[in-house]
Design a protein around this ligand. Structure first.
Ligand SMILES: [Zn+2]
Length: 483
């Protein structure tokens, strides 16, 4: 009896435990709830694609329904980036929320496209000469400018690769044709036809050459010009690239005697100009003729150091860059003469204005503006023009009629005459200074003259002068015409 009573108790205890276990398990297995298998709040998705999402479901052990989240936050599905968002899952009135991160990613490789025609490349460096290769990316668009090329001479293949902004890389290679039959292109400095007077000096302005494969290549010059012998000469420039393609350009140089060219036209001597130059007020106008030259940059450095503005009466010589610098640093870029060839420019009024137009074209090409400020070669009082009788008087009036203003000078530094010393140039200038306005004539083609400018400025500044550049309404400064 005791024995069976004990059995009953054991049975009851076991029964209760089993009953508890079963009801516990059935609650666990059958009660519906949100279940997250892998979801840790971080979702990566390809921009612009639908979101695939299988990581959260609602249900019990026997059936669980996938629930897509609503993503709440400030994110842009079209823009690659990392966004902080909130994932909200809702199912039949039940809600589950989780803060997390949304990575919008681009994992598509770019596409490289070759045009239909054969690709021709430079044999030395693989630079594409014909045909074209482009790259585009579904996210970045056209990324042709990110293409890199690598030409393998031994296999005659061009290896091409490109990466998009997310680092997806695409490689391709193509069989190419490697040959270069295009010669360098030669550009001569200055004019292709030049006339010079017998006995003057001919210095060739040279040329440069660019090749499609080699870049800049050397130009060899054959210069037969004999400036002491009349005739028509051809200066020949040749350039060769590394595949023996040769090009050649010629410049014609005519050497003539002054007797055959200086005009001898005569003009009315009525209304000779009388000397008038100056004013009151302790002002110095530094003016420089005949440049630009190799000394002009140094001069510009000095002017810049003292913030002094000056006036440059330029010629057809020298570098465009120096003229551009003169202009950009606030100086007056004015007209002297393209050729500075007295016989040529004073042969006739037409010849003078043809030369003036030419130098003004240069000024306009470099600065974007034409100038109406002029200085006559030799000054308006020159007599080098005397073969054309009274031409200076006629030109002075005609210039004014045409809207130009011309300036002579009232202090000559002497640098065009006998003076070749910097000290003497300095003294010639400062010894003439008084209480008026002074237009100082110097030549930036003369190094010893340029070297005096620093001291001239120091003297002027410490003695109460101001430095100004000439403008079209500065004071009158005319010499008397002598022809
Ligand atoms: Zn001059």
């Amino acid at each position: 009896m005791f024995k069976s009573k004990k059995k009953i108790i054991i049975f009851i205890v076991v029964f209760v435990i089993v009953l508890g276990l079963v009801s516990f398990l059935s609650v666990q297995l059958l009660t519906p709830k949100f279940k997250t298998s892998n979801f840790n709040g971080v979702v990566s998705k390809v921009y612009n694609d639908d979101l695939e999402f299988n990581d959260v479901c609602y249900g019990n052990a026997f059936s669980c329904k996938n629930v897509k989240p609503e993503i709440i936050g400030d994110y842009d599905i079209n823009n690659v980036g990392v966004y902080e968002v909130e994932y909200v899952f809702e199912y039949k009135g039940h809600t589950f929320k989780k803060n997390g991160v949304l990575n919008v990613v681009d994992n598509e490789k770019p596409v490289i496209t070759k045009s239909d025609e054969d690709i021709h490349v430079c044999p030395n460096n693989g630079k594409i000469l014909e045909g074209n290769i482009t790259a585009s990316d579904s996210y970045d668009g056209d990324i042709s400018n990110k293409l890199s090329f690598n030409y393998d001479r031994s296999t005659n293949k061009l290896f091409v690769s490109v990466s998009d902004s997310s680092g997806n890389k695409k490689d391709e290679f193509y069989d190419v044709v490697a040959s270069d039959q295009v010669p360098p292109v030669i550009t001569i400095n200055g004019d292709s036809t030049i006339s010079i007077k017998n006995g003057s000096e001919y210095s060739d302005l040279g040329a440069s050459a660019i090749d499609n494969c080699d870049g800049e290549v050397e130009v060899s010059v054959h210069n037969p010009v004999n400036a002491k012998k009349n005739g028509t000469y051809e200066v020949i420039y040749t350039a060769k690239d590394s595949f023996d393609n040769v090009s050649e350009v010629k410049r014609t140089v005519k050497v003539y005697s002054s007797s055959t060219s200086s005009g001898g036209n005569s003009y009315s001597c009525e209304g000779k100009i009388k000397y008038s130059c100056g004013g009151s007020g302790k002002v110095i106008y530094l003016t420089f003729d005949d440049g630009p030259s190799g000394y002009t940059n140094k001069l510009l450095d000095v002017l810049k150091q003292y913030n002094v503005k000056a006036t440059f009466f330029i010629t057809g010589n020298g570098s465009d860059d120096v003229i551009r610098r003169e202009y950009n640093e606030g100086h007056t870029v004015a007209l002297h003469s393209y050729t500075h060839n007295y016989g040529q420019i004073y042969a006739s009024m037409d010849a003078y204005f043809a030369d003036l137009e030419r130098i003004n074209d240069r000024v306009e090409r470099i600065t974007g503006h034409r100038s109406n400020i002029v200085r006559f070669p030799g000054g308006s009082s020159n007599t080098v023009s005397k073969k054309s009788k009274c031409i200076m008087t006629a030109l002075a009036h005609e210039l004014t009629n045409r809207g130009y203003v011309y300036y002579d000078w009232n202090i000559s530094s002497g640098d065009a005459g006998g003076t070749t010393s910097t000290d003497q140039v300095y003294l010639n200038v400062v010894n003439r200074l008084g209480n008026g306005k002074y237009v100082v004539l110097q030549h930036d083609s003369k190094g010893y003259s340029v070297n005096a400018v620093d001291r001239i400025i120091q003297y002027g500044l410490s003695n109460g002068y101001t430095f100004e550049k000439l403008e079209s309404n500065s004071m009158t400064c005319h010499h008397g015409t002598a022809n």
